[in-house]
Design a protein. Sequence first.
Length: 425
Amino acid sequence: MEVSHQEIDMALVVHKYGGTSVASAERIKSVARRIIATRRKGDDVVVVVSAMGDATDDLIKLACQVAEKPNAREMDVLLSTGEIVTSTLLAMALRAEGHEAISLSGAQAGIQTDANHSKARIVAINPHRIKEELHYGKIVIVAGFQGITPSNTQDSHAPSSTGMDITTLGRGGSDTTAVALAISLGARACERYTDTAGIYTADPRAVPEAVKLSEISYEEMLEMASYGSKVMHPRAIELGQIYNMPILVASSFNDAPGTLIHGGTMEVQQKVTAISHDMDVAKITIVGVPDHPGIAAGIFEPLAQAGISVDTIVQNASVQHITDLTFTITKGDAEKALNVVRPIAEMIGARECIADTNLGKVSIIGSGMQNTPGYAARMFSTLSVAGINIQLITTSEIRITVIIDETQTKRAVQVLHRAFELDKA
Ligand code: ADP
Ligand code: ASP
Ligand code: MG
């Protein structure tokens, strides 16, 4: 997303309310009251909403009842309606309280994306309409998670029917709508209200003694979000980091102070900041791969073309020019990935393809780990004492990740949380 230099409007704030926070008529009315309170303090507010409760999951289930493989374009139009329902109800609730409010779909809000259905990226935002409505004193409610592809009508060679298709930004994508709008409107901050009081040292659903952090860097939050902490959509953090947009994560149920995600100076502590986990991991191993140049490209290019995003890749040291190649993907992509790699494996003379779809991953994350030895040893010995077998290991400068059996994932998070004394944060 390209944004030219913006003057910051200190009186403008973007709020985002997630699914649980708008799950019922009562909750929507309570969100309306919070927005009115912000308005009374003198701020202009643009609000981004998610679909109510499990509405997106319900729509996906419905689509799968009418078609085994629902068409991607139709699916995006269908899913975008979830957020539209919430945005209209919230605008009605605000009007019922005597406040001027207007709901806008992603397209009406000027959110343009590429044409990658179900995982589109915002390429540009034209905030003209939102600015106009704010100018008229309205509270603007934008349906999150969606955008529209540009019109191709200027292209005389394109069929007139192309372009202007509704897209969605990937699960959890309303966070990205909110941060992108805050950037494009020059808001002073993006405030994301949810069902937890902020970012915790681990998912509080897995570790009840997890502690809320008062602040966290973009780098650490990006690692957490990319490695399973569903609390923030990774692309939202990436955009926040590029444009230095402060993101507050706080409760939509009370006024407790939340967690500020920012890029300012922070005390770097010599410790792990947080642990994230992800239960949605599958692994494919191609056994007996001839080890010569071009083999890896011959496997991973077709996977990319099939839209499968590969996470961890491990190639064993080869013995007599034969090696094993392992990679991880989400469980939902396992079958598709097997269908792509099986014929290639056969063609290159590999022995077999083995899939394991019952895996999880656990990561310890912290800027304080950079250039400091000992963290990996402590992580591995803690897991070994707990009888948890490590299948794969990957690292970045501020993260160590292990792939383990799915059934042991939660226990791994709990023992690591204790071993790294995160309950004493
Ligand atoms: P929303 O519907 O508001 O978008 P999500 O369900 O997407 O909310 O994200 C909030 C959930 O994220 C929490 O209920 C919590 O279980 C989970 N979560 C995972 N890791 C963390 C963490 N480190 N800190 C806080 N919440 C976390
Ligand atoms: N409603 C979408 C989802 O459930 C997007 C979001 O909530 O951010 O993934
Ligand atoms: Mg979410």
